[in-house]
Design a protein around this ligand. Structure first.
Ligand code: GDP
Ligand code: IMO
Ligand code: MG
Length: 427
């Protein structure tokens, strides 16, 4: 049976948590493959609302095994507090598995993330300040600390020493901060080791064996396509690969195993942090999208920048991820607009451009070319099938599908699990 990837098709916050949770009851494993607690995934079950950062959204489905893959960066203090928060609310987290190869977000990398941003001043990325970038940088520089290192004090000490040799020079000489003591970091990390130990597993082996036994594995992306380090709006990106290929490297599963790639697509567009955003609105429409859509960051509490739907981006997401389906979310938020503009192409220096330009300069100059679609005013939150939607809402969905290059197989009409219209089954 299949491995499915579910990922963000825009700049994150498309509603991946809700979509994952929805499928969680029917799959055997839900796997995070990249990112860390920079993610903020909201899941609403009945009258209960959960905000997950590091844990896979499948953790809320009792039958499903949640997995943190090797490609994820793990802040141990966040992990333990998220687990105990869920336990206090009666959620059983005992099935969780964490790759021994996942990298640890150390306290010094949280510091480096924050001071680097401060140092960048006007050029800052607007990171979440969770230490994500510096931890992936250490991984690539081969001075990272991995989960398995917590179980060998001597190796841990040597590795922390190696990392801090350089970091302390930077912190003290460049950023005018105090040096961090090796012993303090080692002691803190060792303090987490025993609590994390029961979850540590050879997740690559477990997942591949599961697939051989016809189990269903769902890979849950954090962030989104345009935040991808390779395919996003670099340098205004995160430091990992949320795109579909990241699921293979970040979980140790071959591309031949993946049968379906679902792009989560908001019916309009949002972005948190700095960087280009062609359809961004600075008027009352943008304000209304923010208010009605509740567009405030789950992780940092920042207001999200809001704009109209951008079909150029959706087409790009289809291409770089090999999307087989879209899950269109938050259609209900658009109820009440008489006319809804949709960006179908860009104008760059007087030229009409249909596809995302590879050049950063061009993208920064891209102006949206809009087509306007008629809106609807009827409440759609109770719609259970496509035919329950008002004609104009149906036409909006069909138009987006045509422009975006993959079938829309589900539509979100509210934050709750049951506020979803299923068109084609994902399983
Ligand atoms: P994620 O990071 O992709 O998981 O998305 P977030 O949780 O950061 O943001 C999505 C927000 O939209 C959350 O508050 C969800 O509860 C909410 N949401 C998801 N799908 C829908 C939908 O179809 N309609 C409405 N109104 N809200 C939704
Ligand atoms: P979910 O999974 C939206 C953004 C940050 C910043 C950039 C780099 O909830 O969709 P980082 O801390 O990762 O180095 O920050 O990426 N960013 C997100 N934006 N949703 C997210 O996650 C994000 N995770 C990171 O705002 O612009
Ligand atoms: Mg989010």
């Amino acid at each position: 049976m299949p491995a499915l990837v579910l990922l963000g098709a825009q700049w994150g916050d498309e509603g991946k948590g809700k979509a994952t949770d929805l499928l969680g009851g029917s799959v055997d494993y839900v796997v995070r493959y990249q990112g860390g607690n920079n993610a903020g995934h909201t899941v609403v079950v009945g009258d209960q609302k959960y905000a997950l950062h590091l844990l896979p959204s499948g953790i809320l489905s009792p039958t499903c095994v949640p997995v943190i893959g090797n490609g994820v960066v793990v802040d141990p203090s966040v992990l333990l507090s998220e687990l105990s928060g869920l336990n206090e609310r009666g959620v059983d987290t005992s099935k969780l598995m964490i790759s021994g190869n996942a990298h640890i977000i150390t306290p010094y990398n949280v510091t480096v993330d924050k001071v680097t941003e401060r140092f960048l001043g006007k050029r800052k990325i607007g990171t979440t300040g969770r230490g994500i970038g510096p931890t992936y940088a250490d991984k690539i520089n081969r001075v990272g600390i991995r989960v398995q290192d917590l179980y060998d004090e001597s190796i841990l000490t040597q590795k922390v020493e190696a990392a801090l040799d350089v970091k302390n020079q930077i912190l003290t000489k460049l950023y005018n901060r105090r040096a961090i003591a090796v012993s303090q970091v080692v002691e803190e990390l060792l303090g987490y080791a025993e609590q994390i130990k029961p979850y540590v597993a050879d997740t690559v082996l477990v997942l591949n064996q599961a697939l051989e036994q016809d189990k269903v594995v769902l890979f849950e992306g954090g962030q989104g396509t345009l935040l991808d380090i390779d395919h996003g709006t670099y340098p205004f990106v995160t430091s990992s690969n949320p795109t579909a290929g990241g699921a293979c490297t970040g979980a140790g599963v071959g591309p031949t195993k993946i049968s379906r790639v679902i792009g989560i697509l908001k019916a309009y567009t949002t972005r948190v942090g700095a960087g280009p955003f062609p359809t961004e609105l600075f008027d009352e429409d943008g304000e209304a999208l923010r208010r009605i859509g509740g567009e405030r960051g789950v992780t940092t509490g920042r207001d999200r920048r809001c704009g109209w739907f951008d079909a150029v981006i959706a087409r790009y997401a289809t291409r770089v991820n090999g999307l087989t389906d879209f899950f269109l979310t938050k259609l209900d938020v658009l109820t009440g607009w008489e006319q809804i503009p949709v960006c179908v192409a860009y104008e760059i220096d007087g030229r009409r451009v249909e596809e995302l330009p590879y050049s950063q300069t061009d993208f920064h100059h891209a102006k949206p070319v809009y087509e306007t679609l008629p809106g609807w005013s009827e409440d759609i939150t109770k719609a259970k099938s496509f035919s329950d939607l008002p004609k104009n809402a149906q036409n909006y969905v069909k138009a987006l599908e045509e422009m975006s290059g993959a079938p829309i197989s589900a539509i979100g009409v509210g934050p709750g699990r049951d506020e979803t219209i299923e068109i084609n089954s994902f399983l």
